[in-house]
Design a protein around this ligand. Structure first.
Ligand code: PGA
Length: 325
């Protein structure tokens, strides 16, 4: 059974379904919508055939007015990956310090480990620092690793875990990633918890299965003390660094499904509060349309985060969400 995408209302359909229950989340989401008289096959071409939700009856009705499903603050992270030199990072920091950023956004950048100190001491304190990885337990004889304690010591507040490059290039699995997340959270570091399907998963109709399995690993591996410090980053692997961004509808469909998963498996409160951000070829040109989607609570940005003014545009795309709401 396919789910409604925002394109239904965008296409101007006058129909709406009585079989759909009203929105459930407590954010700015609309509380009611017009009825779909005939949820016919006419509408089905608008659905992404690769995506499946377990039950249409649990889905929300329509999104003629786009609002924010979650109650969390918009969150934008810049993942600098293994890029930069002292010189280029000095320039990037200076551009970020000069940029006018909307105040109601949590902004985080993740420099390579070796530049964290430089960035921390020169970047405006309105932007927090994230690491791109952390060791799974207390530090010690682990050559080449960086511990959570060291990251906290140097002023980092966040760590990106489960990034597709660590899963698919370095070979980290769900169990290891889940343990790392539990350790970091227990030590008080926020976790940007990445998940996302490969192209072959999507083509096989397994997008939701893969994302739910990866999400579950953060939740069930070890004691997660609280969901307050987890931001979920949905990053379809086929969209990362490829220039092939997911359409706003494709991203929204997965984000809505992830929020439903949190609702069913954790709690209504966690589903509402947890930021679910999108990553994969986000740039200054496509961020506004993505930000309008009600379950997209921000972005994790790779390539475009290396350009200060463009990253600022992405941070400030929160304004399209506010206008749309
Ligand atoms: P990209 O990377 O924006 O360059 O696609 C996103 C990410 O890997 O977090």
């Amino acid at each position: 059974m396919a789910m409604l995408s925002t394109s239904l209302s965008a296409a101007g359909s006058k129909s709406a379904a009585t079989l759909y229950s009203p929105p459930n989340f407590s954010g700015l989401r609309r509380s009611s919508c017009p009825k779909l008289e005939n949820p016919s096959s006419n509408s089905l071409h608008l659905f992404d055939s690769q995506l499946r939700l377990p039950s249409l009856s649990t889905r929300r009705p329509c999104r003629a007015v786009v609002a924010m499903a979650g109650t969390g603050k918009f969150f934008v992270g810049g993942n600098w990956k293994c890029n930069g030199t002292k010189e280029s990072i000095t320039k990037l920091v200076s551009d970020l310090n000069d940029a006018k950023l909307e105040s109601d956004v949590d902004v985080v950048v993740a420099p390579p480990f070796v530049y964290i100190d430089q960035v921390k001491s020169s970047l405006t304190d309105k932007i927090e620092i994230s690491a791109q990885n952390s060791w799974v337990s207390k530090g010690g004889a682990f050559t080449g690793e960086i511990s959570v304690e060291q990251l906290k010591d140097i002023g980092a507040k966040w760590v990106i875990l489960g990034h597709s490059e660590r899963r698919h290039v370095i070979g980290e699995d769900d169990l290891f990633i889940g343990k790392k997340a539990a350790y970091a959270l227990n030590e008080g570091l926020g976790v940007i918890a990445c998940i996302g399907e490969l192209l072959e998963d999507r083509e096989a109709g397994k997008t939701f299965d893969v994302c739910f399995t990866q999400l579950k690993a953060y939740y069930s591996t070890d004691a997660v003390p609280s969901w307050d410090n987890i931001v979920i980053a949905y990053e379809p692997v086929w969209a990362i660094g490829t220039g092939k961004v997911a359409s706003p509808q494709q991203a929204q469909e997965v984000h809505a499904a992830l929020r439903d998963w949190l609702k069913k498996n954790v709690s209504d409160e966690v589903a509402s509060k947890t930021r679910i951000i999108y990553g994969g070829s986000v740039n200054g040109g496509n961020c506004a349309e993505l930000a309008k989607q009600e379950d997209i609570d921000g972005f994790l940005v790779g390539g475009a985060s290396l350009k200060g003014p463009e990253f600022a545009t992405i941070v400030n795309s929160v304004t399209s969400k506010k206008v749309a709401a």
